[in-house]
Design a protein around this ligand. Structure first.
Ligand code: HEC
Length: 152
């Protein structure tokens, strides 16, 4: 058997490995990093919209407008409506991580907001967060998360 193949592998310049590693790292980082306060990646938002329409829209409404609220006098005790996830309520007061966390873990307050982690990955949740953010004004985006107290 010739050693030709082995030789050619050995001759790949070191810079090449560094480059490949850098590209892989940026792909992984670009894919998982939360970007609180930054506009969403359009591709992620597109993926997120599909998931949103499939799993979330039935409660959180078309385009994230939220569930029509039920007057307290008609509500069962402890009944919680699904809030808007556009910028008309306070979804934007939360960081990307916090929104993804509620999505995956559900709400402690009500079983009406289930945990989605058996259905959705962290990446799916972040894609849905990107979709939510695509519905927000530039101002809500800029003031997203802990900053919202002092920003508006
Ligand atoms: C069966 C109805 C229902 C479905 C389906 C549902 N939710 Fe919810 N969601 C709720 C309710 C009710 C709340 C309010 C929980 C609370 O106030 O504790 C909520 C709260 C949230 C919050 C917190 C919002 C805030 O401003 O604090 C996020 C984020 C959220 N849901 C995301 C999602 C996502 C993403 C999906 C789809 C993967 C989804 N929900 C599907 C009912 C639902």
């Amino acid at each position: 058997m010739s050693t030709h193949h082995f030789d050619s592998v050995m001759h790949i310049p070191k810079q090449m490995y560094v480059l490949v590693l850098a590209v892989l790292f940026s792909l992984v980082a670009g894919h998982t990093a939360a970007e609180t306060g930054k506009p969403p990646d359009p591709e992620a938002a597109k993926r997120g919209q599909k998931l949103y329409d499939q799993y979330c829209q039935s409660c959180h409404g078309t385009n994230g407008v939220g569930e029509p609220s039920i007057p307290p006098s008609l509500r069962l005790p402890g009944y919680v409506s699904a809030p808007a996830l556009d910028d008309s309520q306070h979804a934007w007061h939360h960081s990307d991580e916090a929104l993804a966390r509620v999505t995956l873990e559900g709400s402690q307050r009500t079983q009406r907001m289930p945990a989605w982690k058996s259905v959705l990955s962290m990446q799916d949740a972040l894609d849905i967060v990107a979709y939510m953010k695509s519905l927000w004004s530039a101002r809500a985006l800029e003031c997203q998360g802990p900053k919202h107290m002092s920003c508006m």
